[in-house]
Ligand binder design. Structure first.
Ligand code: G3P
Length: 221
């Protein structure tokens, strides 16, 4: 399972990329607003310069008609053609816009997916990525991870190439469950990347080794 960062905070993307464990970034209007950015194009280009070459960066449209979604998608794609994946909502307009964008070779991450049926239709429309929001399903008392599992089972059964991005991840256990379910990607907030890495026994072990080494008087030069 590859890791995308679900953030528009440049410092977080720099830190994640420096660790060599970030394969892409997903943004949305909320994340861009929360990071205080005013110029989406500049942010996307800055992110592209930080990530490994051709790393996918999802850029979300807010327009509502097919024509506007296609026009926005084409404009976003031109910002960084090696990286930009257009994020469209899982609705009729989004499906139609996916088909239109595909004619120009522009890839889509279909977002705000909350059911396996939606994911099946998105795959038929030819999306590159589907993003089931498992945390938001959990929030309303549904089993978000079950939806992820159902999508993966259906895609495997019928040989769809669409990759599943486990999204709306809320805690490190979601990452383990998504990986075990066979999600191709998890897109996670930076805080969760830190939580995945952190273990008190690792920290304690490092301290102990340093202390013992200092006491030993040994050299390693
Ligand atoms: O990638 C989807 C994500 O940004 C939504 O997360 O926490 O707002 O449900 P959340």
């Amino acid at each position: 399972m590859r890791i995308f960062l679900d953030t528009a905070v440049i410092e977080e993307i720099k830190k994640g990329a420096a660790m060599g464990v970030v394969h892409g970034v997903t943004t949305n209007p909320t994340l861009v607003a929360r990071a205080g950015h005013k110029d989406y194009k500049a942010v996307v280009r800055e992110i592209a310069a930080i990530l490994p070459e051709a790393a996918p960066i999802s850029v979300e449209v807010v327009s509502e008609t097919v024509a506007d979604m296609v026009a926005d998608g084409k404009r976003f794609y031109a910002w960084a053609p090696d990286n930009v994946i257009v994020k469209l909502p899982t609705n009729a307009e989004g499906l139609q816009a996916t088909r239109e964008l595909a004619k120009d070779g522009i890839q889509v991450n279909m977002t705000l997916c909350f059911s396996a049926n939606q994911a099946l239709l998105a795959a038929h429309a030819g999306v590159t990525y589907i993003s089931p929001f498992l945390g938001r399903l959990d929030d309303i008392g549904h089993d978000g991870m079950q939806v992820v599992k159902d999508i993966i089972e259906i895609y495997d059964m019928y040989g769809f190439a669409t990759e599943v991005i486990a999204a709306s991840i809320r805690h490190p256990l979601h990452c383990i469950a998504a990986a075990k379910a066979g999600a191709h990607i998890a897109t996670i907030p930076f805080k969760i990347l830190e939580q995945m890495l952190k273990h008190p026994l690792t920290d304690k072990g490092i301290e102990q080794f340093a202390e013992d080494w200092a006491k030993s008087g040994a050299t390693n030069t």
